[in-house]
Ligand binder design. Sequence first.
Ligand code: DGJ
Length: 708
Amino acid sequence: MKRKLLIIVLSMFYPAVQLFAQQQIAIETDRLQWLLQVNEKGKLYQSYLGEKLLTPAEVKAGRHEAFVGAGMNDLFEPAIRVTHKDGNPSLDLVFASVQTKKEDANTSTTIITLKDPQYAIEVKLFITAYSRENIFSSYTEIIHNEKGTVTLHNYASAMLHFDAPHYWLTQFHGDWAEEMKMQETELTSGIKILDSKLGSRAHMYQPPFFFLSLNQPAGENNGEVLAGTLAWSGNFRFAFEVDEQNSLRMIAGMNNYAADYPLAAGKPFVTPAFIFTYSNTGKGTASRSFHSWAGKYGVMDADSSRMVLLNNWESTGFDFNEQKLTALFADTRKLGADLFLLDDGWFANKYPRNSDHAGLGDWEENKAKLPHGIGHLVKEATANQVKFGIWLEPEMVNPKSKLYEDHPDWVLKLPNREENYFRNQLVLDLVNPAVQDFVYDIVDKLLTKNPGIAYIKWDCNRMMTNAWSPYLKDQQSSLSIAYTQSLYKILQKLRVKYPHLPMMLCSGGGGRVDYGALRYFTEFWPSDNTDGLERVFMQWGYSYFFPSFTISSHVTSWGKQSLKFRTDVAMMGRLGYDIDVNKFTEEEWHFSQEAIKNYNRLKNVISHGEMYRLISPYEEQRAVLMYVNNSKTKAVLFAYNLHTHYGEQFQKVRLSGLDPQKRYKVKEINLEKEAQATEYSGDYLMKVGLSVSSNKELSSKVLEIQSL
Ligand code: DGJ
């Protein structure tokens, strides 16, 4: 009787958690449901995860403990493993309480507290449900009150269980200039791990996101699939273990490799969020969920309009001066772009930054190149009616720098070992508060002195090797976690003072792309490889998890495709330029100016519309995708021919996401001469479709679709 009353009272106050007889906990979005159940012994089980059930009370506790502590009687991969102060290496997690906080009309967080009956340690699971976006975000907090230090060996953000005949894992691996290569493989018995151990950046070989398809590989519009990512810019680890009964457990969190964490009493240890969605209508639905979530919750200032910029890295490299830059401001204006971005090479005097061998860390203007300083450049840019942005790489140092000479103890390097360089540089010991202040001050001083700076590109060109923090002394195993926490601390402090400054997240191309950092950044640099053909695949890959307004895409001179092809590819992301515009012909100037006008007219749809991937470059020798605005009145379609086999004629493509009742005007844009529009019903476009691909090799088409 009493329990029934408690359930009724809790349900009144905590609408997102429904407690049923058998202590069922239901965490729900508009479409999805994650059911957990406490059994009679107080153990927490995952009983269901998928599309909402009509009568969840029918579900009985499953056989999968929701968050397994190591050392008891479960012999598979644990979610958490600790050694207590007295040396006991086990953790028995028993349900203690559940509560739900309503964050806003759309969002609620369920907090499940688990306790060890014998030890003063508590594990809290925080699960936020974003209703309309159908996204769950899950992280863990570990706190203890033992008399001394508890060592954390494993500390997952989430553990999920599945029962299906087959499991297919899609991962994205790569290297510099080869980011986001999609691979899919069936999971077999045992453990498959996707992880990174690079420390200062999330990945070089493997970014922190994946798809897990149940039964069979999920398609774009069919199949059951979980899409997940860790909001963390440091080492991550996703483990997928198929057991002897063909059940799968997925464990996501920071990488615990060489990272035992000594946890002092009373100090909460908080893991990053594992963000995921589930769909039984394929990867397209999952991506759209991620996009709409990112547009509201996942990315800084998601709804502010992104600027078209002209960057100088590809055209000048380190070789520029005031005159060259001022001329480029005029070019930025002529092009119709909003901002000029000054890249690497503008700083350092004792060891001038004329190549990547020297100067990194000495953040004063190089007097030979910029005798009148950054302030003068901002003024000149403003006089040319364009904004000014600047490149920084504040976490790093060249040994050939004043910074290194003054503070040899500020770098990560092993005692008794040779320094190990990558791009001739070392990583600063960000864990040291004095270094944190230094990094904060680099940005703060620059912005205080030059309030006109309107954009920052924050680069990070190396991973950690031979890493040892002089500051951490005998606590080296917490370095990888402490580094990323320190980075976030600096970024957080900067965001308090500069809440809306647009910032690009860059890491020697796309070495750091994740939702942990995107809380502080407005967009990311996907790759230094801007070859139009390669970018079709890369941007396609990123589109699975990130909305187009975060994917910086520049027209450059990489790649042998036409300017039109490269422009059409860049336009499906956040359009920008990094090309020697002085080599443009009159026609190319005109084409580019018109393309920017087109982009500006359509960027709201491209940035925030629903994205439909229609033909995958992994399945055909072409790629077709489109964006549709919420009211289905405006859409943009991009089609790229990648290769034409002899005699090949491409089939018509059926469009998606339009209103069948509406009539639409379809007009090709980004052409030298204005094209005629043709009218179709939405019904026709979605059932019969259009011929959108010419069989001319490496040709492309952009269609503007407007309802009448
Ligand atoms: C790596 C980045 O990815 C490039 O875009 C450029 O900013 C260079 N660093 C500059 O050193």
